[in-house]
Design a protein around this ligand. Structure first.
Ligand code: ADP
Ligand code: ADP
Ligand code: MG
Length: 500
């Protein structure tokens, strides 16, 4: 069935990104927004937009019934949930479908299976997919759990079964810490996800996080769109992602792709979805979880495959056959994404708030910026503090890194602290450049002190000259340097901001 009018149940960059693609398909668009997002670009971009409540997500973007009512009132025939919010909520998918509206995503059953990390493990173990060693049931009794932990061997990780967004995980290094961390994990799981169930996994010290993008249609066909390397993380959440991974061999890529397809089959998956794996030094890989939605970092996959994942999602929801076969898919060049968050890398990546006094994203060939803000806007405190995603695409990894370095230098944001200096630090770092980095990168290599700008010889001379000029001016003596060399320098936006 052709979709004629689609509502995006989300906000910010992802809402805008979806609206653009579906408009290209000739589909009418409806945006929803909270009172905090009245002026947002996603609201202005849609054909129609409806305010659904107060700023708190619980009063707006998470209100299933309100959103479905808007869809009915405006005769919408499909809802795209984006990522976060209601995107992995099986009840929402079910309610949307029950209202006679197409849910752009997998079935409620697939979401329910993969939404619980424990159920997911159970489903995929039947297909012989390697799992991170751990318990296959929620922990009921601490004493028993401790026995299992001793058997697996410390360090272990206590994880919330319903966890997501890097939250609800506690590392336990020895038996003495167990009770305390267990109590914290359970209470965090209850408050953050409304489900206290936790389980144990072996904590793998220095893995890589590599995930496989899947696309499946409603007729049983499924392909994998290769991998994304997402090991640069803080707080177990990704900041830099790239495709392809710098370390996978074609053989392992095929093995992981085939395993991911089995994971998809284990829950009768259709739509776009991602299978996440941890990979160790020997390139052995272990299933972590499956995300049953469009992923934040999907642009890198779009760059290397030439596909528009949102359009593919819509076509699948309409009941079309997949537009590509596995044999037709090829990796073209290399893409890197840097997530620009309103966070202070010098202060443990704590969210920063304020106004985007300057907001000037880079432009140029091979540069893509997904954002949902404009200069002068406030970053609302109510939602995820991501400002923009900067993605570059070039023929090789080396060229992509160079392009990213230049693009980050041009990206000017003032009024708010951002992760731009951190991303520059990573691009300059030999371990990142070698490709051998793991999820331990930030903990092992990142020193905020190294973010302080270091000036080149030329810049030092320039500053000295300027100081002399300034002093003369203020002393009111005739200046010997009326044509300050500053004027001959390129605009600061083009000046390199070297961290090393
Ligand atoms: P991934 O897609 O790689 O799993 P995340 O875990 O960072 O990446 O993405 C999901 C997170 O995105 C959610 O937990 C939520 O905090 C955040 N999020 C949800 N909706 C939005 C939005 N519209 N804009 C920005 N961030 C959002
Ligand atoms: P979420 O649902 O929050 O995305 P994941 O299970 O995908 O949770 O884990 C998020 C990140 O936490 C991983 O990318 C990895 O860096 C780290 N992590 C998760 N499980 C383990 C583990 N068993 N050992 C080491 N690191 C882990
Ligand atoms: Mg994950």
């Amino acid at each position: 069935m052709k979709i004629r009018k689609l509502l995006v149940a989300n906000r910010g960059e992802i809402s805008l990104r979806i609206i653009r693609s579906v408009k290209e398909m000739g589909i009418q668009t409806v945006a929803v927004f909270s009172e905090a997002d009245r002026e947002s670009p996603h609201v202005l971009a849609a054909d129609q937009a409806v305010c659904i409540g107060a700023a708190q997500a619980s009063a707006s973007y998470l209100c299933m019934d309100k959103i479905i009512q808007v869809a009915k009132d405006l005769q919408v025939d499909a809802i795209h949930p984006g990522y976060g919010f209601l995107s992995e909520n099986a009840e929402f998918a079910e309610k949307v479908t029950a209202a006679g509206i197409t849910f752009v995503g997998p079935s409620a059953e697939s979401i329910a299976i993969m939404g619980s990390k424990l159920q997911a493990k159970k489903a995929v173990s039947a297909y012989g997919i390697p799992l991170v060693p751990g318990t296959d049931k929620p922990i009921e009794e601490v004493a028993h759990a401790k026995e299992i932990a001793a058997h697996i061997g410390y360090p272990i990780l206590i994880k919330a079964s319903a966890g997501g967004g890097g939250k609800g995980m506690r590392i336990v290094r020895n038996a003495q810490e167990f009770d305390d961390q267990m109590a914290r994990a359970t209470s965090e799981a209850r408050s953050a996800f409304g489900d206290p169930a936790v389980f144990i996994e072996k904590y793998i010290e220095s893995p890589k996080h590599i995930e496989i993008q899947l696309l499946g249609d409603q007729h049983g066909n499924m392909v994998y769109l290769f991998e994304r390397e997402c090991s640069i993380q803080r707080r177990h959440q990704k900041v830099i992602e790239e495709a392809p991974s710098p370390i996978l061999t074609p053989q392992i890529r095929t093995k992981m792709g085939d395993a991911a397809i089995l994971v998809g089959k284990s829950c009768n998956y259709y739509g776009a979805g991602t299978v996440e794996f941890l990979v160790d030094k020997n390139l052995d890989f272990y299933f972590l979880e499956m995300n049953t939605r469009l992923q934040v970092e999907h642009p890198v996959t779009e760059c290397i495959t030439g596909l528009d994942l949102v359009k593919e999602q819509v076509k699948i929801a309409e009941g079309d056959l997949l537009s590509v076969t596995q044999e037709e898919l090829h990796i073209n060049g290399h893409a890197i994404e840097a997530r620009i968050y309103a966070e202070d890398p010098e202060n443990q990546f704590l969210p920063d708030t304020g106004t985007l006094v300057t907001y000037a994203p880079p432009k140029g060939p091979g540069i893509r910026v997904d954002d949902g803000f404009e200069e002068g806007m406030q970053i609302p405190i109510y939602y995820d503090p991501m400002i923009a995603k900067l993605t570059v695409h070039a023929q090789t990894r080396e060229l992509a890194i160079a392009k990213m370095q230049q693009a980050l230098t041009e990206f000017k944001i003032t009024g708010i602290k951002t992760t731009i200096p951190f991303c520059q630090f990573v691009m300059d770092h030999p371990e990142f450049r070698s490709g051998a980095f793991t999820t331990k990168f930030v903990e092992t290599h990142f020193d905020p002190a190294e973010l302080q700008p270091k000036f080149s010889e030329e810049e030092m001379q320039l500053m000295a000259a300027f100081a002399v000029y300034w002093k003369e001016l203020s002393e009111n003596t005739p200046s010997t340097a009326p044509n300050s060399p500053i004027q001959n320098k390129p605009h600061s936006r083009w000046k390199s901001r070297k961290t090393k």
